[in-house]
Design a protein around this ligand. Structure first.
Ligand code: SF4
Length: 232
């Protein structure tokens, strides 16, 4: 696969970060609380799958692993779309090997609505960019996206899910994604380390896991495969 949603977001925060992900992932130092969150998975996301009633989930793992089998998921999604399934979860798409999996895709009269689920109480610009990347890949795969929502926590237990319509903002990122995705694709394959000097991007919007390395720290650590599986 070429660029995934996570690759794109990390590469746009810092190109060196994406290069290190691809070539030297063992340099990552992941804060314990982030590691715990990754290990625990996303209970809110799991529950949100059922917010519209019955659904079909497209997740397929590689044999004996917790890592998504992206090719099989794309194929399974294609088949579900052909059958006209109303609600598809973890719907996977690929365009020139660039890849995304949408949390929820819901059939409408005009195409499909896209729902990106976030375990949060407010919509951030980063969330909208996540959804925008999916819209880009899905649209180029030939599926028409109608409206785009970020699903955050609702106001109370009786209304646990609060979809926020971000259609206009997310679709507005289409050109920005197109302008950058091919450059990131090319850059990540470079043999020599891509050097970016440390700066504000090391902590914004997220603290970089290579902070110690770029600022003169140490090596380690955890199993890079784990992250590949958790960040489709
Ligand atoms: S620490 Fe800073 S310069 Fe190094 S990869 Fe991360 S964001 Fe880029």
């Amino acid at each position: 696969m070429a660029i995934t949603k996570t690759d794109f977001m990390r590469g746009m925060q810092c190109r060196r970060m994406l290069w290190l992900d691809k070539h030297r992932p063992k340099l990552r130092v992941i804060p314990p609380e982030v590691q715990e969150r990754l290990n625990a998975g996303n209970d809110f996301g799991d529950r949100a799958m059922g917010m519209f009633g019955p659904y079909e989930e497209m997740t397929v793992c590689l044999p004996g692993k917790q890592i998504p089998d992206k090719k099989a998921m794309v194929e399974r999604t294609r088949e579900a779309l052909q059958r006209g399934v109303d609600v598809i979860c973890e719907a996977a798409f690929s365009d020139y090997n660039n890849y995304c999996a949408a949390d929820i895709l819901r059939r409408t009269d005009r195409g499909h609505d896209l729902y990106e689920v976030k375990n949060a109480h407010h919509v951030s610009e980063q969330f909208i960019r996540d959804a925008a990347f999916q819209n880009y890949i899905i649209t180029r795969s030939g599926v028409k996206i109608d409206r785009i929502f970020i699903v955050i926590h609702g106001p109370d237990e009786e209304n646990p899910f609060g979809p926020v319509d971000v259609t206009r903002e997310a679709k507005g990122y289409y050109s920005w994604i197109n302008e950058n995705i091919w450059d990131l694709n090319r850059m990540q394959k470079e043999k020599e380390e891509v050097i970016v000097q440390p700066g504000d991007q090391c902590t914004e919007p997220y603290e970089c896991w290579y902070y110690g390395y770029c600022h003169g720290g140490t090596e380690d650590r955890r199993d890079p495969d784990l992250l590949d599986g958790l960040f489709p």
